[in-house]
Ligand binder design. Structure first.
Ligand SMILES: Cc1cc2nc3c(=O)[nH]c(=O)nc-3n(C[C@H](O)[C@H](O)[C@H](O)COP(=O)(O)O)c2cc1C
Length: 221
């Protein structure tokens, strides 16, 4: 078992950030640490306890480079798909820190090939045309598992960033990694030690704005 940073559960929950610029691209990540965090991720709840999660962890440098190229091309797809909704027209432009997020996203895009380990979580089944029940069950059986993985990295001094951009080119990634067609990829997760271990809570909407009691739209009054 790895040595853990002295963080309370609340500190882990409030300081597990999207780490991009502070990924240590020089320090190798032992496979055992990835396995330890996946073991914790496997404790997440999942529909009928089917354990339909699979995680493809990649540390082969040539494969990482090809994954980074897919991510880069998909980022171009994403920018193209935004059309005129860029710059000040971008829906997220008014979010506090939007410019820093943009710079950080660009940094990860440029350095993805140098990240020690890339993890692609997948689940058995496809959601295209599926009922809402099926969609919620399939996504609901992977998301918290992956978030547990990210939370488990944090006290071990590692970090990641939830990314979905490459899903514009999901099939290309599936072919590269040999993922069967009936599996759905949930995202791409860079894994590295972090440069320093101090992280802070980020801006989020205040609870008063998002928590309603008894009727949607009604605050505590
Ligand atoms: C579903 C989802 C998709 C995301 N996709 C990307 C992505 O493709 N690339 C990226 O650099 N960050 C991506 N992010 C990270 C978000 O930009 C980040 O979580 C957000 O800016 C808040 O930062 P914080 O988590 O450090 O508070 C994604 C996050 C989520 C939850």
């Amino acid at each position: 078992m790895s040595e853990l940073l002295p963080l309370s559960p609340d500190e882990v929950l409030s300081t597990t950030r999207a780490v991009r610029k502070r990924l240590d691209l020089q320090r190798p990540v032992p496979r055992e640490i990835v396995a330890e965090c996946i073991a914790l991720a496997m404790q997440a709840p999942n529909g009928s306890n089917m354990n339909a999660w699979r995680f493809v962890a990649v540390d082969d440098r040539a494969t990482v480079a090809r994954m980074a190229a897919i991510y880069d091309a998909a980022m171009e797809d994403q920018i193209r798909s935004l059309g005129h909704a860029t710059g000040e027209n971008y829906a997220g432009a008014s979010i506090p820190g939007a410019q820093q997020i943009g710079e950080s996203v660009q940094y990860l895009r440029e350095h993805m090939a140098e990240v020690p380990v890339l993890v692609v979580p997948v689940f058995a089944g496809r959601t295209e045309g599926a009922s809402l029940f099926m969609q919620a069950s399939l996504w609901g059986s992977i998301v918290q598992s992956v978030w547990s993985f990210m939370l488990a990295l944090r006290p071990r001094g590692l970090g990641s960033c939830w990314t979905t951009v490459h899903l514009h080119r999901e099939r290309e990634m599936a072919e590269l990694l040999g993922i069967p067609a009936h599996y759905t990829q949930a995202g791409l997760f860079p894994v590295a030690y972090t440069l320093g271990t101090g992280f802070s809570p980020a801006w989020r909407r205040p609870v008063d704005e998002v928590l309603f009691w008894n009727v949607f739209g009604r605050g505590s009054g």
